[in-house]
Design a protein around this ligand. Structure first.
Ligand code: C2O
Ligand code: CU
Ligand code: CU
Length: 466
């Protein structure tokens, strides 16, 4: 699974129609169910603070005919409502745990102090509420939230705990881009699942699943298997999150039509990048714009070239097309301009029989692995000697990808990122800086975002000090 192999698969222009579903469960006809759009979470203004209540709850879904699946969700049965806030906002989240088990809620991509980050130390015991306060001081981006419970993250995400966290700023609002949520600005949370014959989720079944990561034979978008969406013949923006536990997608538009990527994890890209395929590892996001003005009356498919499979049917309405010209420039990123890195840290991703770790260590809640100084620029070098690609994620920062095996990063990695896929035998250099503090009892994490790897110990903790 080297990069060139990914790209080769990406040139596949036709996708096999979907066949079959999990064990004994009766699937709906493929692409017969409408894509649901997660609701926007409501808030109350309390003393100038946008105050949200997020209720982590048990739910039930009918992924198949004649059966229901027990699920988790946030203000919903499965997945979570979309949080949407502005740069500069003061925000508070009251996170209520209505489950029967301990959990936590982490804001993936948010640059907030360790005490508000929602890592494994910010435990929310069953029946209690945890409050996170933050001020939004970062670029417009599509972030997300999910649990980060020590050793249990993979299972809790599999059950459905995940939602989008969208940040707008003055620049992003001023750009001539589609931005009407659910209308021409469509969130897509892509996941895969497998099920038992009785309709329940089949999560980790043993060591093999820990090593390989849990993948499934069924694809869900926004919680529905193989959905369709109906759209106007115009430019449409999709905010895509790979919210899967382990699966890496190579997104393509059947027929090889052009996709314009406008944002990655942590910011808009400096300029739109025209692509035929987008590799998206777990935890990564991509915002794309597709111009459907040429396709009135047609059905297109967004698919996965890795797996040669359709994911979403896009029915373009037979109406008057509207064309749009993408802005030439999207954002100026000054975050790392003139930065002088003061040191280099190296992180080796270890994977051998029964052992998943970083720098030969497995995650330990009581051990701090790195001590970083606030505001100092550093190079982090991630080396993957293992035969599997690992998406490396860092809390508390939006980083810049500097190089891949000494070569320039890909064009769609030129914005800020918080998760970077490191291919086998690859050394990726990133530049990081942390503007907030993370104390010993609420450290930040760095880890592989294959959730079974993270849960098995491929994670470390660091503090940020003055
Ligand atoms: Cu998306 Cu440490 O997490
Ligand atoms: Cu994170
Ligand atoms: Cu991994």
């Amino acid at each position: 699974m080297k990069r060139r192999n990914f790209l080769k698969i990406g040139s596949t222009l036709t996708l096999a129609p979907l066949i079959g579903c999990a064990k004994g469960n009766k699937p709906y006809n493929p692409f017969s169910q409408k894509l649901p759009i997660p609701k926007l979470a409501s808030y109350k203004m309390i003393n100038g603070v946008k105050t949200f209540v997020l209720d982590i709850q048990e739910g039930e879904m009918s992924f198949f005919k004649d059966t229901t699946t027990d699920t988790y969700g946030v203000n919903a049965d499965f997945l979570g409502e979309t949080v949407r806030v502005d740069h500069g906002d003061k925000v508070a989240f009251h996170v209520k745990n209505s489950l029967d088990e301990l959990t936590t809620l982490h804001w993936h991509g948010l640059k907030v102090p360790g005490v508000s980050d929602g890592g494994p130390h910010s435990k929310i015991p069953a029946g209690t509420t945890w409050t996170a306060d933050m001020q939004i001081a970062q670029h417009a981006s599509t972030c997300w939230y999910h649990p980060h419970t020590h050793g249990e993250t993979g299972r809790q995400v599999f059950m459905g705990m995940a939602g989008l966290f969208i940040i707008d700023d003055a620049n992003s609002k001023s750009l001539a881009l589609p931005q009407e949520y659910g209308v021409d600005d469509i969130p897509l949370v892509i996941q895969d699942r497998r099920f038992f014959a009785d309709g329940q989720f089949m999560y980790k079944q043993g060591m093999h699943d820990s090593m390989m990561g849990v993948t499934g034979d069924v694809r869900l978008i926004n919680g529905v298997i193989d959905p369709y969406i109906e759209l106007e013949p115009k430019a449409i923006r999709f905010r895509i999150l790979n919210g899967s536990n382990a699966r890496i997608y190579n997104l393509i538009l059947e027929g090889g039509h052009a996709i314009h990527q406008i944002a990655s994890d942590s910011s808009l890209l400096p300029a739109p990048v025209q692509l035929k395929n987008i590799v998206l590892a777990t935890g990564e996001r991509a915002e794309i714009v597709i111009d459907f003005s040429q396709f009135a009356g047609q059905t297109l498919y967004l698919g996965d070239g890795m797996d040669n499979r359709r994911l979403l049917a896009i029915k373009v309405k037979q109406s008057q097309p509207t064309s749009m010209i993408l802005p030439k420039q999207l954002v100026t990123i000054n975050d790392y301009q003139d930065a002088k890195p003061v040191r280099t840290r190296t992180f080796t991703l270890n994977m051998s029989m029964g052992f998943l770790g970083i720098n030969e260590k497995q995650m330990q809640m009581s051990r701090i692995d790195e001590v970083v100084k606030q505001g100092e620029y550093e190079i982090w070098e991630i080396w993957n000697p293992s035969p599997r690609p690992h998406p490396f994620h860092v809390h508390g920062t939006g980083f810049k990808v500097i190089s891949r095996n000494g070569k320039s990063p890909l064009l769609n990695e030129t914005g800020l990122k918080d998760t970077v896929l490191v291919y086998p035998r690859e050394k990726v250099q990133i530049m990081v800086v942390f503007h907030h503090l993370a104390p010993k009892d609420r450290p930040y994490m760095y880890h592989c975002h294959i959730l079974e790897h993270e849960d098995a110990g491929m994670m470390g903790q660091f503090v940020v000090e003055v």
